[in-house]
Design a protein around this ligand. Structure first.
Ligand code: SF4
Ligand code: SF4
Length: 327
């Protein structure tokens, strides 16, 4: 989907940085390559910034996945391959990406929606995760069925709980293998304090279901794609943007995820982050545009990062990134 006018105009992010004496964003040494293998997903959540769903056909080919791995191998400072989608496990090159990145000694993070582990034909997945030693980051927007199903679809909560029980039984979330959960607000609000909400999740999930996990990551809903459409239909897009702008927190800027990450799209194009990827905003300040144009992502150190008004979603309140709250 091309960038909407609202994403590129509206409140000016760089002007806000300047008012706080902060220079325009530039990239430090990339520690993570985040690869979005496509938009195919077994779910179609209301807030999805990828517009993913069961009928989407965009998917990373074997040649592109192999090139990502070549660049990873030639980028010694990159510690982590972070694999997302859609439901990344539904891509036929998923296992190759995981296994080869692990054999290169890199940490592999998989952004898993939980329910995919219960899909027909995916019975191999849990044992594969365990054997490969991946770190799982799993979506669970609430510890109640009502709120989770409202955002992610009827029956998703029960399936998510069943999947979490299987993951705990396989050793995830018990200190052996990493299992983090992701919260994002149900509506047009900022997330509550991460530590307090994590304590509530820990208590509710243990008491009601015997489920354990490592960390809860709170992530702000970005005003793009499906969530932006939902805001517009409800007539509160402007109010949500004002909420984000009015809660700009300069303390979040140093650790924004785009500072040390490079994002790769399903077709091999490069972006400053997954959100810019969805808005088709190309890498800022660099002539490089695809994974075939570079050998080592370290070549992108110092490059200017392309920003627009949706970036206020990362800097509001405690901040937001793929690793949760920032400040
Ligand atoms: S939010 Fe995640 S699980 Fe939901 S449709 Fe998007 S990619 Fe799929
Ligand atoms: S959306 Fe967030 S991560 Fe992406 S460029 Fe803007 S501030 Fe950085």
């Amino acid at each position: 989907m091309a960038a909407t006018p609202e994403s590129l105009s509206g409140p000016h992010f760089e002007a806000t940085l300047a008012r706080h004496g902060i220079r325009a964003l530039s990239r430090k040494s990339p520690a993570t390559i985040q690869v979005n293998v496509g938009k195919l997903c077994n779910q179609a959540c209301h807030h999805c910034h990828v517009d993913a769903g069961p009928r989407r056909t965009e998917r990373m080919t074997r040649a592109t996945a192999a090139r990502v791995l070549d660049v990873l191998a030639a980028s010694p400072r990159v510690e982590t391959l972070d694999i997302t989608g859609g439901a990344p496990e539904l891509n036929e090159n998923f296992a190759m990406l995981v296994e080869r990145a692990r054999s290169l000694g890199r940490t592999v993070i998989v952004r898993c929606n939980l329910t995919v582990t219960l899909e027909p034909g995916m019975e191999w997945l849990l044992e594969f995760y365990r054997r490969a030693g991946v770190e799982l980051v799993c979506s669970l927007p609430c510890y109640t069925a009502e709120n989770t199903d409202r955002q992610r679809g009827a029956g998703v909560f029960d399936k998510s709980i069943a999947a979490l029980k299987h993951l705990n039984a396989a050793g995830f979330g018990r200190g052996e293998l990493r299992l983090d959960l992701v919260y994002n607000p149900i509506g047009a609000a900022l997330p509550p304090p991460q530590a307090e909400l994590e304590a509530q999740y820990r208590d509710e999930l243990a008491r009601n279901f015997g489920i354990v996990f490592d960390r809860l990551l709170t992530i702000t809903n970005m005003p793009i794609a499906r969530f932006a459409n939902q805001l517009r239909s409800a007539g509160n897009h402007s109010a949500y943007m004002s909420l984000l702008v009015n809660h700009f927190n300069p303390a979040t800027v140093e650790a924004l995820m785009c500072r040390d990450l490079v994002s790769v799209g399903w077709d091999g194009r490069l972006y400053d982050c997954d959100f810019n990827q969805m808005l088709e905003i190309p890498l800022g300040g660099s002539a490089v545009s695809t994974i075939w144009d570079i050998d080592d992502v370290g070549e992108l150190v110092g490059a200017r990062i392309a920003t627009a008004s949706h970036c206020f979603g990362c800097t509001a309140g405690a901040g937001s990134s793929c690793g949760g709250a920032i400040a």
